[in-house]
Ligand binder design. Structure first.
Ligand SMILES: [Zn+2]
Length: 431
């Protein structure tokens, strides 16, 4: 610890102005939940920020930077449909300070933080623009359910849902967006909630990765994050077409969602089942086949399993989260509450899903596997992770890109889930 602290100190007193930093890349990820702007550069830069009102503006001063073509690319990257940013202006404020002024469409609670190099990325300065009042996953579900005959039931669920802030929300920048958590022990329904029998079975679909985190990439350049979103959307459509089922997406476009926020969202909408959708990768292009995973509390079922879980859990490092002590603590509480019942239900549903997928694709292993995936740690929701195929296998990459095959995967997952609820009607009514 002491050594690390000294290293950090040494870096921060190094002359900043010796070499002007270079912007390597600029990326923007607009989404309703939050808009992210990433400046990637070849050295670690200090940034300060403040808000201005009438009209709302976010001002970011980056120390050690000179105006160049790289930073000017930012201007053209702001999309007209960005929910938060109207436009951006860039100027040399002082000799070594570049000032960015974001003209905003609404007030925001910004989070500005830096990330050390990881994976393909060099140093990143991240600007996350959250709304003042964080989006409530339940409200998003409701909006989605318009014209839905079951909307009334969902609506009463939302109205009766306690406003004691189980919503990921941001109050000022010092609190990370996921600082407020669902109460970890809310295993029984609040009084006043409609009985679960009255509402459809709700499946949380979790397309892995997104935004800054592309996931695995195939030889033809196919990104896992894109494929799994397409499959999840197909599956959502199929589930919503069932009379007694509804689906909720933890992300519905290309932006990054931290792993524990995915879990929180599923708990907020009181999902009966959580399905994370991924595509596998291995160094050897010959590796192939689908696999289904459940949580393991005590180590992975094999060294390959451990490797895979680490790779998927690294999503937060690649995607980039603003780590706070409080957040780490809550994550630990969630972990500690994981129950044997959750895991045995997960193995039950996972086995059925695996059996159905085995009818449309080769299986990597003919049984469900287990490892410590962070995204499967909702203590009260059966949770599985589906590795649909190997995106690193050229043949399977081609399949994954095909709408017909995506449809087959979605249908297989749905069949497995239906099988599970048919065989275990009580599990659709966990309360
Ligand atoms: Zn993945």
């Amino acid at each position: 610890m002491i050594t690390a602290g000294c290293t950090l100190l040494a870096l921060s007193v190094m002359p900043r102005h010796a070499n002007a930093a270079t912007i390597v890349a600029v990326r923007t990820w607009p989404a309703d939940e939050y808009t992210r702007v990433t400046l990637e550069m070849d050295s670690d830069l200090k940034a300060e920020h403040f808000m201005l009102q009438n009209p709302f503006r976010l001002v970011v001063d980056i120390d050690g930077l000179r105006l160049n073509a790289g930073i000017n690319r930012l201007i053209s990257q702001i999309k007209p449909n960005d929910p938060y940013i109207r436009s951006v202006r860039v100027g040399q404020n002082r000799p070594d300070v570049v000032r960015l002024v974001f003209d905003l469409k609404q007030d925001v609670a910004p989070q500005v933080f830096t990330l050390k190099p990881i994976g393909e990325y060099k140093y990143r300065l991240v600007l996350d623009l959250y709304p003042k009042v964080a989006q409530d996953p339940l409200m998003a579900l409701l909006k989605d359910a318009q014209n839905d005959p079951l909307a009334g039931i969902l609506e009463s669920l939302a109205q009766n849902s306690p406003s004691e802030a189980p919503v990921p929300s941001v109050q000022g920048q010092e609190l990370p967006p996921r600082a407020k958590q669902p109460p970890p022990v809310a295993l029984s329904p609040k009084p006043g909630l409609p009985k679960r029998q009255d509402r459809p079975v709700l499946i949380a679909l979790d397309p892995g990765h997104g935004g800054e985190d592309p996931g695995a990439t195939g030889r033809r350049g196919t990104h896992e994050k894109d494929i799994v979103l397409q499959i999840a959307k197909r599956l959502k459509k199929m589930i919503d077409a069932q009379p007694n089922m509804r689906a909720y997406l933890t992300r519905d476009r290309d932006y990054f969602v931290p792993l524990n926020v995915r879990v929180q969202k599923a708990r907020r909408v009181q999902a009966d089942l959580f399905i994370s959708i991924h595509a596998d990768a291995w160094i050897k292009p010959s590796a192939r086949g689908s696999s289904v995973w459940a949580l393991s509390e005590h180590g992975a079922t094999s060294s390959a399993a451990r490797w895979l879980a680490k790779k998927e859990n690294d999503a937060d490092l690649i995607g980039g989260v603003n780590l706070g002590a409080h957040n780490a603590q809550v994550a630990k509480v969630l972990l500690d509450l994981s129950t044997g019942a959750q895991i045995s239900d997960s193995i039950n549903v996972g086995t059925r899903v695996l059996r159905e997928i085995g009818k449309i694709n080769r299986l990597h292993k003919n049984h469900i596997e287990r490892a410590g995936f962070a995204v499967l740690k909702a203590p009260d929701i059966p949770s599985i992770l589906v590795e649909t195929a190997f995106i690193s296998n050229p043949e399977e990459e081609s399949l994954l890109r095909t709408p017909a095959h995506q449809q087959k995967i979605a249908q297989a997952v749905l069949s497995g889930v239906q099988d599970y609820f048919a065989a275990n009607p009580a599990l659709a009514r966990r309360a």
